[in-house]
Design a protein around this ligand. Structure first.
Ligand SMILES: NC(=O)c1ccc[n+]([C@@H]2O[C@H](COP(=O)([O-])OP(=O)(O)OC[C@H]3O[C@@H](n4cnc5c(N)ncnc54)[C@H](OP(=O)(O)O)[C@@H]3O)[C@@H](O)[C@H]2O)c1
Length: 287
């Protein structure tokens, strides 16, 4: 027993493990016979030698539609969170002149021709798709549905771990007027839940407000959106009223959508599935 204790003391004094602030330092002090145990007894803690470990693998986020209204806020948020960020869209680089835009890798490609954007998937660990739009019913189905289905399939084939899709909340009667839009959104959601049962997140915001750029002009949509959000976020039961209820869905700030989307794309324990407007508001308020 005494021999066993003697041996373990020796072993401890030969190897000391110290954690630096970023937890990446491992030290061995085989040549210090007095080691940290002896020093600690005397009330002195010696600084450990450090051995550099390789940096943790970096997360690379691809934002499809990163030059759009929601997408540009997502790129900025992801960069602030320390992710490597790339964007893919038909027009490529954003016209935004802010400094963060220089840190994004801008790819040009069209989701309808896979060859034009295969390269953009290299090394990507997660994707957020902001692709969507309006037009005739068949155009809306294609851009909201088919384009995103193409992206989800290619990402899954390439082994991308997480995929977040910016979908849209139901708007009751409006769903009938914008049939192609909602049918496309739901078709893309179904594909995502199938291909990404564990790493797929669908955000369903209603109206998204913030500063939207139209050419060189900035539209302050928050002037209407912000007060409506204040009132309607506390009126959830009203949204259950048939037909008109969904029109009372609270608007959400574009920064809140961006925050939740980036978290959903980078946090491996973020629950997969659908996040409605109230969920977006709740998650965005969490630290
Ligand atoms: N804004 C809202 O109030 C709101 C509300 C609810 C849900 N949503 C949803 O949120 C998402 C983002 O909305 P948003 O307002 O940010 O739209 P947006 O500004 O029009 O952005 C759409 C993005 O998709 C890209 N894109 C379109 N077709 C593409 C294609 N074939 N291949 C590659 N990229 C393509 C566009 O860039 P290029 O034109 O350069 O290709 C653009 O960057 C959409 O799915 C929308 O339905 C928006």
């Amino acid at each position: 027993m005494a021999r066993l204790i003697h041996h373990s003391k020796l072993a401890i004094s030969r190897f000391s493990i110290s954690a630096s602030r970023n937890g990446r330092f491992l030290s061995t002090s085989s040549d210090k016979s007095n080691g940290p145990i002896g020093s600690a007894k005397a009330g002195i803690v010696e600084e450990a030698e450090t051995v550099q470990l390789p940096p943790p693998p970096t997360e690379k986020l691809l934002v499809i539609g990163g030059n759009g209204f929601v997408g540009s806020h997502i790129c900025k948020e992801a960069l602030n969170r320390g992710l490597t960020v790339a964007s893919l869209s038909r027009s490529g680089r954003s016209s935004i002149q802010e400094s963060w835009a220089n840190s994004v890798m801008w790819h040009q490609g069209n989701l309808f021709s896979t060859d034009s954007w295969k390269d953009a998937l290299k090394g990507v660990t997660s994707i957020i798709s902001c692709v969507g739009g309006f037009g005739s019913n068949s155009e809306m189905y294609k851009i909201n549905g088919t384009a995103n289905i193409n992206a989800i399939r290619a990402a899954s084939d390439e082994g991308v771990k997480r995929f977040v899709y910016i979908s849209a909340a139901d708007f009751g009667v409006v769903n009938y007027l914008l049939q192609g839009y909602y049918e496309g959104k739901r078709a893309a959601e179904t594909e995502l839940l199938t291909k990404y049962a564990y790493g797929g997140v669908i955000l369903r915001p209603g109206f998204i407000y913030g500063t939207r750029r139209v050419g060189s002009m900035k539209l302050p949509l928050g002037v209407i959106g912000s007060p409506l959000e204040m009132v309607l976020q506390h009126a959830k039961p009203l949204s259950q009223i048939p037909l008109v209820g969904p029109l009372l869905t609270p608007p959400v700030n574009v920064n809140a959508v961006a925050r939740v989307a980036v978290r959903a794309a980078s946090d491996p324990v973020f629950p997969p599935g659908i996040v409605d407007v109230y969920g977006i508001l709740r998650y965005s308020q969490q630290k």
